[in-house]
Write a protein that binds this ligand. Structure first.
Ligand code: SAM
Length: 260
């Protein structure tokens, strides 16, 4: 298989545009380990090989409370609306393209905090924050729930009030059981025809589709939309728009969408 064919195949399978630094990384891998790419077109290809290619390609930069203004809006507006409407039924949130889990855990921390601030007590068996990513390595790290406190690391933007959600661990900080109990992680490709969750109240997919070509973006919008219940909320990146009759709403700088 030529390098050009490899690039096409990888783009079709992941949605990620193989250009610039990503192209250079795949080229280096192709030159260093050509065996890795043999039979890549077969559906039955060993997942371990795919995962090495995905990890060379994907950008897994993330941190807790990545954009404070957005998480303020989720805390002040979106979660209270969800909880007032459906707390008795339970709450389901999907963090799609969660990398090493910081976004999913931020949502879980805010969900528990908002439940308490509204005077309810968390019934953890009725709460779920699902984090998914195409990278198994990222998901394995997310499942550990342990993060080092290093400069420019996961805690670079962390509001001190939520340190109560962690316990000290010998290499860093571990999420407390209460947060771990409502959070789950799975490997999932956003280009799959089916979402990994249904009837979700809130779906967050940020800093993921910016790397996608237009056709793959449209496919991903369908999967994200399919995961939501009617009147469920969808948060994308600033230049992304799901179309499909979604209602556009605004909260400060944040634009979000509500499923018709
Ligand atoms: C920059 S991180 C964003 C993490 C988090 N959403 C945030 O905003 O901090 C992008 C993540 O998208 C994942 N990703 C890329 N293509 C994907 C696909 N087709 N399906 C699922 N995840 C994908 C990458 O593996 C990477 O971990």
């Amino acid at each position: 298989m030529s390098f050009e064919e490899v690039v096409k195949l990888v783009e079709n399978k992941t949605g990620i545009q193989v250009v610039g630094a990503r192209l250079a990384r795949i080229k280096r891998l192709f030159e260093q380990d050509p065996m890795l790419f043999i039979g890549l077109e077969r559906e039955s290809i060993d997942q371990h090989r795919w995962q090495r290619i995905i990890d060379a390609l994907s950008v897994q930069e993330t941190y807790f409370f990545r954009d404070i203004e957005i998480f303020d809006c989720i805390r002040q507006q979106i979660l209270p609306e969800i909880l007032k409407g459906s707390y008795h039924k339970g709450v389901k949130i999907w963090s799609a393209g969660c990398a090493t889990g910081e976004e999913a855990y931020t949502l879980a921390i805010l969900l528990l905090e908002t439940i308490r601030s509204l005077g309810y007590s968390p019934q953890t068996e009725k709460l779920l924050v699902l984090g998914t990513d195409i990278s198994k390595r990222a998901i394995d790290k997310a499942r550990e729930g342990i993060y080092k406190n290093i400069p420019m690391g996961s805690f670079r933007n962390f509001p001190g009030e939520f340190m109560k959600c962690f316990v000290y661990h010998n290499i860093g900080y571990k999420l407390k059981e209460e947060v771990l109990n409502i959070t789950r992680f799975e490997v999932h490709n956003l280009l799959d025809a089916y979402p990994p969750i249904e009837d979700a109240d809130l779906v967050v997919c940020r800093n993921v589709l910016i790397y996608f070509d237009e056709v793959s973006k449209e496919k991903a919008y369908k999967t994200l939309a399919q995961a939501l219940r009617r009147n469920g909320y969808l948060l994308l990146g600033p230049l992304e728009n799901p179309g499909m009759g979604f209602e556009r709403r605004q909260c400060g700088r944040l634009v979000y969408y509500v499923k018709p």
